[in-house]
Design a protein around this ligand. Structure first.
Ligand code: GDP
Ligand code: MG
Length: 155
């Protein structure tokens, strides 16, 4: 049996459900959690370990539209994380149309050449038809390794 391990960054606009998702994945297995405000350094959000695998979830300082030099620096360090991880989870909500914030992230993800899994969260909030059109819309923007619809809060 081979043991697999990897680094995974979770990206997405505020309020899409990144923390909720991670809390759910970690359950009782929380090793390290940090809810400090954005910093310039990457943070380990949690380490998920089983007999067969270990996944280190990395938080990024947050991707937003920079208005200051410091903001710009923070966004750049978020993007530099993309070069250091094995996979990116790009989380979007099922119930809100793609916006500028998403497009900004998508442009960077395209350039980063890291495998990206699109996680469409909050599927409990929409009709299945709306979920399908949301998936189609994002799928047309870039190639995703996988597309996974979820409800992180379990509703
Ligand atoms: P973050 O800013 O991306 O970390 O988002 P949070 O994890 O803080 O979640 C933002 C809000 O969305 C919270 O009020 C969550 O309870 C809510 N939320 C997260 N996942 C779901 C979901 O699957 N369904 C619903 N209905 N609400 C969710
Ligand atoms: Mg959060």
């Amino acid at each position: 049996m081979t043991f697999k391990s990897g680094f995974v960054a979770i990206l997405g606009r505020p309020n899409v459900g990144k923390s909720t998702f991670l809390n759910h994945v970690m359950g009782q297995k929380i090793a390290i959690m940090s809810d400090k405000a954005q910093t310039t350094r990457n943070k380990i959000m949690g380490i998920y370990t089983t007999d067969k695998e270990q996944i280190v979830f990395i938080d990024t300082p947050g991707i937003h539209k920079p208005k200051t030099a410091l903001g710009d620096f923070m966004v750049e360090s978020a993007y530099s994380t993309l070069r250091e991880v094995d996979t990116v989870l790009f989380m979007v909500p099922a119930d809100e149309a793609r916006g500028k914030g998403d497009d900004m992230i998508i442009e960077r993800l395209k350039a980063a050449k890291v495998p990206v899994i699109l996680v469409v969260n909050k599927i409990d909030k929409v009709h299945p038809d709306q979920l399908l059109s949301q998936i189609d819309d994002f799928r047309n923007q870039m190639d995703f390794k996988e597309i996974v619809p979820i409800s992180a809060s379990g509703e």
